[in-house]
Ligand binder design. Sequence first.
Ligand SMILES: Nc1ncnc2c1ncn2[C@@H]1O[C@H](COP(=O)(O)OP(=O)(O)OP(=O)(O)O)[C@@H](O)[C@H]1O
Length: 249
Amino acid sequence: MSDGPAPVLRAAGLVRTHHGESGPAHAVRGVDLSVHQGEFVAITGPSGAGKSTLLHLLGGLQQPDSGSIWLGGERTDAWRETRWAVERRRRIGIVFQFFNLVSNLSVADNVELPALLAGVPPRRARAERESLLAELGIAGKERSMPGELSGGEQQRVALARALVNHPPLLLADEPAGSLDSKGTREVMRLLSRFHQRGQTIVLVTHDARLASAAGRVISFFDGRIADDAQLDTAPARRPGTSGVLKLKD
Ligand SMILES: Nc1ncnc2c1ncn2[C@@H]1O[C@H](COP(=O)(O)OP(=O)(O)OP(=O)(O)O)[C@@H](O)[C@H]1O
């Protein structure tokens, strides 16, 4: 093992089988993975390959049948649901395809909630929320309810909520999956921007074009890593570019 800093995330021997009505689905069949500080990793692959299951395991939203996960060098095997919930608040931001905002809370409350739950004083939570919403281009929407926003705006709120506690790791599960091409470009541009500032990101997408915004692309197939490639053209290596995304309107 090297003497460098511990990976932000490490997984070893992860296995997870779902037991559905149509029998067992071997979603994750043995995954070893390390993600280092500042990396932008895309996990891509066909529908049903097990990408979402893997991301859920990495974020502690589901537990593996076997294998281990380390966050910042700390082994999580003994963590149960409540411990994961507490640790996630500080250490892992997650954005989902369908945003998962709390529909009866305002934009401001949605973003501040994880900070308040983590014990951040209200004034600081408010300041964090203000600066994130401004940065994400949705200042002025604080009082809106999620249902009053476009999909792209909701995803930006979800990003603000995910980042409000400055987590070392951002997980994104098809964050543009329910957006039109304009919203898709916007979300990917924002992810690239946060990445250029040092945010570590693991993105799951079935869309190879979106994956090309990352610096490292893992091809996932049938529950396993089929390929793990560094891209030379990644935005992080070319600061100031907006990435290699070229989506049509
Ligand atoms: N809760 C569940 N119960 C039963 N089977 C499941 C469950 N969740 C996922 N699966 C099955 O596990 C396999 C992997 O699913 P998963 O959603 O992880 O794949 P994916 O690569 O993210 O697919 P997609 O791109 O379509 O979202 C599939 O065969 C799926 O049907």
